[in-house]
Write a protein that binds this ligand. Structure first.
Ligand code: XIL
Length: 397
């Protein structure tokens, strides 16, 4: 009886080996999915599992585990900072490609796809650009041509090497901004008007015919009231629908997925519904920057397990919601976490009043947290009919 069960498991292992490319033909033991990496398990669904990469950590000789986990667990990578404008062109007219090139080369060695992040964003712009606009030495006509030049230069350099580009990032306001009616926000809209969004996609497409072109934003995990005046997901939905109607070459919507355990957040069905609705427009989707932070209360900081445990569990539950929803939509192509270890997470440095942290899937000592195990279980136990292989989109012209 026991022997028969083992033999059956062995057959399953052989049958799936071709797909997973991870079980040697000579395997003596039954296939153990829990011993597989996230990237191998994602491959069963055609889903790419990714992380943002901090180049300083990647190059730190004292951090071998960082490099190993990037290599072993993920099938797509995003530059956390080094493809942003301030990093690429710190001095006007002089591009420094070294760190970005290195990320692309590392990904190639590791057999990983690259999400390009980011071509147009109001944040982390070079000082020469924002100063020039502020002091009037760069007028709006010149600003538009500078933007066009930047998109063309960067997208051309990495033509054929980027899987998905975040062409425009965070163009839409939040209900807590002023005015509270949702609008196109920030530096680019203020100076060029909302038309820059369509321009950016057209310029990116002209420079790179093969990348999938994404609009990327946060707080668009689920629909709310349905009123575009206060429902950001609806506003973005209407925006991308309008772009498509005008023939703008947009291929996808990236949902960042920065959540916090102190908020209400969503359930799987709400998130899956949002992904299905974007997919219904003919767009791909992706989770692009997932992390789920928590308040670091005095108790948490003192190591009180009664305060820590519920936060770790709530964090894991939110990773689960987003990943399960992504699995349920065949046009959800990738699931990227914004850093994988609390040792190198942007959260404590950014959300420090009050202090927040514990946002990633490994702790500060590179031990997998409950969130990691939950992601693994989601990938293991998903399958037809509700979870199918990913669709393979063609870049829109
Ligand atoms: C963050 C990085 O993680 C930080 O290291 C940096 O100091 C600021 O930017 N949305 C985005 C990302 O699209 O580019 C941001 O990354 C996090 C929020």
């Amino acid at each position: 009886m026991i022997l028969r069960r083992w033999m059956a498991a062995g057959l399953v292992a052989v049958a799936t080996a071709g797909v997973l490319n991870a079980v040697p033909a000579t395997a003596q033991r039954p296939y153990d999915p829990t011993a597989q990496s996230l990237r191998a398990l994602g491959q069963r669904h055609g889903l790419y599992v990714g992380t943002a990469v901090d180049m300083a950590a990647l190059n730190d000789a004292a951090e071998p585990r960082y490099r190993e986990i990037v290599r072993d667990e993920f099938s797509t990578v995003t530059a956390e900072n080094v493809m942003k404008w301030e990093s690429l062109e710190p001095t006007r007219g002089t591009y420094d490609w070294s760190a970005a090139d290195e990320l692309v080369a590392t990904a190639r060695r590791n057999g990983q796809k690259v999400r390009g992040h980011v071509l147009v964003w109001h944040s982390q712009l070079p000082k020469w650009l924002t100063d020039g606009v502020a002091d009037g030495s760069i007028d709006n006509t010149e600003l538009r041509s500078i933007l066009r030049q930047h998109i063309t230069t960067v997208a051309s350099r990495y033509r054929g090497k980027i899987w998905q580009w975040d062409v425009v990032n965070e163009a839409v306001s939040d209900p807590w901004d002023t005015p509270s009616t949702l609008h196109y926000k920030g530096f680019w809209a203020e100076h060029l008007g909302p038309g820059y969004v369509a321009d950016a996609f057209r310029w990116a497409r002209a420079a790179d015919p093969t990348a999938l072109l994404f609009y990327n934003d946060y707080n668009i995990e689920a629909f709310g009231s349905g009123d575009p005046a206060n429902d950001k997901t609806q506003f973005v939905y209407d925006m991308v629908k309008g772009l498509l109607a005008r023939g703008v070459p947009i291929d996808g919507v990236g949902s960042q997925g920065h959540l916090g355990t102190q908020y209400g957040n969503y359930d799987t069905l709400q998130v899956a519904d949002a992904l299905h609705r974007f997919a219904g427009l003919g767009l791909s989707t992706a989770f692009t920057e997932v992390d789920v932070r928590s308040r670091l209360t005095d108790g948490v900081q003192a190591g009180d397990s009664e305060e820590i445990n519920p936060r770790l569990q709530a964090s894991a539950a939110n990773f689960h919601v987003l990943l399960q929803a992504c699995l349920a939509e065949p046009r959800c192509l990738s699931f990227t976490v914004w850093g994988f270890t609390d040792r190198h997470s942007w959260v404590p440095g950014t959300f420090d009043d009050p202090p927040q942290g514990l946002a990633t899937i490994y702790d500060e000592n590179y031990q997998p947290k409950r969130a990691y195990q939950v992601m693994k279980a989601d990938l293991i136990y998903a399958g037809p009919p509700y979870v199918r292989m990913r669709a393979t989109p063609k870049p829109r012209r």
